[in-house]
Every structure is written in structure tokens, then in C-alpha cells.
Design a protein around this ligand. Structure first.
Ligand code: ADP
Length: 500
């Protein structure tokens, strides 16, 4: 194996000096009880997917390290160093983390782009989103109120929102920082302590955030990190002393997480895969719809749970729409995330590229025709060309399975009923997009779609206030918004007899 040359990528691209020094001496891999330590599990080589070159070597957490992290989080919860302080102070400390992240925005953007391969602008949006999510939930620390119950009237009965305890956050490699904050921020706001497990394919921003949170004043042991692959995740999900496991990743792994977590009465929330349909009616604004469809599938090279990977176009405009989509897709530039003017980066790994190419092959076997792309370009890194398939049979693998790559399957429909039927015809239910200028139709079709989120005349809007999550094979539980506050706290009822 080629030995890691951690500074190499940083030497080739314009990155901040702090990014350079971070990569020259990467964190040892585990953050437990406020101390950065080396894991005692196998060493994992973290790659720069844009060059298929090593970026950092990280010794992963063994099951004993995972246990140590959970025990540290438990001790930090039980002694009240976080749950017991004033909500004002929790809010202030969370804002301090967000301030530090703003200060280091450039470094986090560099790291996220290098580690995931995504274009720099997209990485910057991710960092900005993480900052807003932390600030939004910081506010909830002082606003998650209980209520006074009017009956029985002889008694004073009231509810308060109590933290759960120790929460595990198992996250994927496509949006490491925002997805971490979807779990970490509401957990911290409500007074919980956390053990996070980022993906072994992109752990750097999580490790950097844990370091930064300590610098910002978060008490030791409140936010712990363990790294490693599935074995680390499995040891964490199955730990008997957790109060919640929040997982984002594939549907298959989600099932394993749920199984492991069932060893003890642990709450589970799963944000899983998707096969989201983008539906375009003939009365839509075509230019805007094409732009939205492109963002929906080419962003992050299609490695997005909410990727609009199925396009359903009303029959009468199908050919014109596809022509416009293909001609605008032809203008996109593939390249390393940190090089100038890049629209689409690489896939995360050689394995992921292989899986995407297998899906492309299977679609062809099913009779689908690629009108653009379908091959891997001749360049270093794990790249696949943006690919659009037409004539795709409804049962085809690219219609039914999440590809997690830049592959769009296009079909046509003749009326609203058929659009809804096709959109609902997979095992998933994460999101859907709908383009029409008819408000009544927007409501009718939107109501019929089985999805956690429906975007009308837009796509992929995320905001800290908007609950997000799936139905059916896309999981359950909601992140973001006030829903998340309820998922990271439990109602406690107090009944007081004023005249016993
Ligand atoms: P993706 O391919 O989107 O990363 P995965 O579901 O494979 O989806 O991974 C999501 C997260 O789950 C990663 O942090 C990964 O290391 C972790 N993971 C993988 N296998 C398991 C497992 N058996 N139990 C718990 N976590 C796991």
C-alpha cells in the first residue's frame, strides 16, 4: 500500500494554512472524555477521492474504546456538568461552538471538500448549514417549555422536558458535518451527552468539530467521537448503556443498527435511503424545472439521500425536456473538488464507483438507453460521468434501487394518477419534487405522494426549522425543527398536592 502523504493534496490546491497543518498531523482518531487518543482497532486509510490518494491514516476504535467513550458520556451526563447547568449557559456554549466554526469556516470547507470530493462551493454550503443548525438548536435550550395540566384541579400538575441521557450519532460520508449537527445540536440543546461515529470514509470534519467544541468551552465527555468502519458502528449501536441511537445511512445498514440497538430498550431513529421522484407537469416553468432537476441529481455527484434520481415528465413535454436537460448537463465540468469551476466531483471510493457502474450496466440490460454519460471518464479519482437513462422499464434496477451516484432514470406519465402511482412505486419514501403552475394540482398530487418531504416548484430546500425524515424504506423519526427537540428529550410529569 502506498504510504499516506497527508500534505500532498494540500500542496496541490489553495487551502488555508491551518488546513495544511491539520493534515500534516491529523487527529489520532478518538475523542473520549475530552482527550484525543489513538484507537486500538485497525488502521483505516482515509482517501482524497478526487485523486484516489491517501489523505490520513486513522487507527479506529476497538469495542473497548467504544465502551470507554460511552462510559465517559455516561459519567458526563450523570454528574450534571452539562444537563445540570442553566439552559442559558447551554445556549451560550452552543453559540460559542457556532462562533468558532464561523471563525474556522475556511478550514472546515477545505477538509469537507478534500475528504468527500465535493466541489468547494458545496462544502462551504455544508459548513454554513452546520453553523445555522447549531445556532437554531442553541435557541431551543431555553425554549423547550413544558405545560401546566388543568386537571385534576385540586393538584398542581406540570410537565418538563428532560434529556434522554447518552445519544449515539452514526453518520455517513456524503454530508458528514451537517448530518452530524442534525443529531448533535438537538441532543446538546436538551442536555444529553453524545458519542458520534462518522463514516470511516470521511471522518475529518467530525474530529475537527470535536476539537473545536472543546476549545469553545464544551465540558469534557459531553461530545465524544469514535471512528472506524462497520465494526465500530456495530459496537456503538449495540452498546447496552445508550438512551438513543440516531442513524443516517443505507437502508440495509439501518436494519442492522435497529437489530443491534434492540439488545436494550434504546430509542432508534433512522434516516435511510431514497429513490425520490421529481415530477414535471407540462404546465410547469420548464427552465426552472430543468435547473431544479439538475441540482436534484448532480449535486454531490448524486450521493445524496434525497437525490431526485427518478424524473417523471408528462408525456407531451418529455422529449423537449430531456433534450434541454441533456444539453445543459453537457456543459457541466467534472473535477477535483478543490479545483476551480468544478460542478461535479468524484464518487467517494473505488467501491462506490464500482457499484454505480454495475447499476449502469444493469439498466442497459433492462433495456434503458443512456442519452448522456454511462461511462467513467479517463481521469484520476473515482469519477463517473453524469448519466441520463430514458426508456427505463418501471421494474428496472435504476428505478427501484438507490444508486447513490450521478444516474437519472427518466420515464413519462399521462395524467396525475399515473404520476402519483409511478412516484409511489418503490420501497422508499424520503422526498419528492413536483413542478406545476396549477395550485390545485400541487395539493392533489402532493397529498398522494408517500414521502417525508414534498417540494413544490423547488427541490432540496433544507432549513433548521423544517422537519426532515422518511417513511417506509426511508426510515422513521424526524430530524430538524421542533420535532427533533421531542426526539432528544422526554416528557416528565410532576404532580404536586398543595394540601396533603
Ligand atoms: P453509506 O454507504 O451511506 O455510508 P452505510 O449505511 O454503509 O451508508 O454507512 C453509514 C454509517 O454506518 C457509517 O458511519 C458506517 O461506518 C456505519 N456502519 C456501517 N455498518 C454498520 C453496522 N453494521 N452497524 C452500525 N453502523 C454501521
Amino acid at each position: 500500500m502506498t504510504p499516506p502523504t497527508p500534505t500532498q493534496a494540500a500542496d496541490l490546491y489553495p487551502v488555508a494554512d491551518q488546513t495544511r497543518s491539520f493534515l500534516a498531523t491529523p487527529p489520532p482518531g478518538q475523542v473520549i472524555g475530552g482527550t484525543e487518543v489513538r484507537g486500538s482497532g485497525p488502521v483505516v486509510v482515509d482517501q482524497d477521492p478526487g485523486r484516489a490518494q491517501p489523505l490520513a491514516e486513522i487507527a479506529s476504535a476497538s469495542p473497548e474504546d467504544v465502551d470507554h467513550a460511552v462510559r465517559s458520556a455516561r459519567a458526563a451526563f450523570d454528574d450534571g456538568r452539562w444537563s445540570g447547568i442553566d439552559a442559558d449557559d447551554r445556549e451560550r456554549l452552543m453559540h460559542s461552538i457556532a462562533d468558532h466554526l464561523e471563525r474556522d469556516r475556511e478550514v472546515f470547507t477545505d477538509l469537507e471538500s478534500l475528504d468527500t470530493g465535493k466541489p468547494r462551493e458545496q462544502a462551504e454550503e455544508d459548513v454554513n448549514e452546520a453553523i445555522s443548525v447549531i445556532r437554531y438548536f442553541a435557541g431551543w435550550a431555553t425554549k423547550a417549555e413544558g405545560s401546566v395540566i388543568p386537571a385534576p384541579s385540586r393538584l398542581l400538575a406540570y410537565t418538563t422536558r428532560e434529556p434522554l441521557g447518552v445519544c449515539a450519532a452514526i453518520t455517513p460520508w456524503n454530508y458528514p458535518l451537517p448530518i452530524l449537527t442534525y443529531k448533535l445540536a438537538p441532543a446538546l440543546a436538551m442536555g444529553n451527552t453524545v458519542v458520534a461515529k462518522p463514516s470511516e470514509l470521511a471522518p475529518l470534519s467530525t474530529l475537527a468539530l470535536a476539537r473545536l467544541a472543546l476549545e469553545a468551552g464544551l465540558p469534557d465527555g459531553v461530545f465524544n467521537v469514535v471512528t472506524g468502519a462497520g465494526a465500530t458502528g456495530s459496537a456503538l449501536a449495540g452498546h447496552l448503556d445508550l438512551d438513543k441511537v440516531a442513524f443516517t445511512g443505507s437502508t440495509a445498514t439501518g436494519r442492522l443498527v435497529m437489530e443491534a440497538a434492540s439488545a436494550s430498550p434504546t430509542r432508534v431513529s433512522l434516516e435511510l435511503g431514497g429513490k425520490s421522484a421529481h415530477i414535471v407537469f407540462a404546465d410547469a416553468d420548464m427552465n426552472a424545472a430543468v435547473g431544479s432537476v439538475m441540482d436534484g441529481i448532480w449535486t454531490n455527484a448524486g450521493q445524496v439521500c434525497i437525490a431526485g434520481s427518478r424524473l417523471l415528465v408528462e408525456h407531451s413535454v418529455h422529449d423537449d425536456f430531456v433534450e434541454l436537460l441533456v444539453s445543459r448537463t453537457r456543459e457541466l465540468k467534472l473535477g477535483h473538488g478543490l479545483s476551480q469551476g468544478v460542478d461535479i466531483g468524484p464518487l467517494i471510493s473505488a467501491g462506490q464507483k464500482g457499484r454505480v457502474l454495475d447499476h449502469i450496466g444493469a439498466a442497459r440490460t433492462d433495456g434503458a438507453r443512456a442519452v448522456i454519460g454511462g461511462t467513467e471518464p479517463d481521469m484520476p479519482g473515482h469519477f463517473v460521468e453524469p448519466t441520463v437513462f430514458v426508456n427505463v422499464p418501471p421494474g428496472s434496477v435504476v428505478v427501484q434501487e438507490e444508486v447513490f451516484g450521478p444516474v437519472l432514470a427518466v420515464s413519462s406519465f399521462k395524467d396525475e394518477d399515473e404520476a402519483v402511482r409511478l412516484a409511489n412505486s418503490t420501497q422508499y419514501g424520503l422526498a419528492a419534487g413536483l413542478w406545476t403552475s396549477d395550485l390545485g394540482r400541487a395539493h392533489r398530487v402532493g397529498r398522494g405522494l408517500r414521502a417525508g418531504t414534498v417540494w413544490v416548484n423547488t427541490y432540496g430546500i433544507f432549513h433548521p426549522t423544517l422537519p426532515f425524515g422518511g417513511v417506509r424504506g426511508s426510515g422513521f423519526g424526524r430530524e430538524l425543527g421542533s420535532d427533533a427537540v421531542h426526539h432528544y428529550s422526554e416528557t416528565k410529569t410532576t404532580v404536586l398536592d398543595p394540601s396533603p
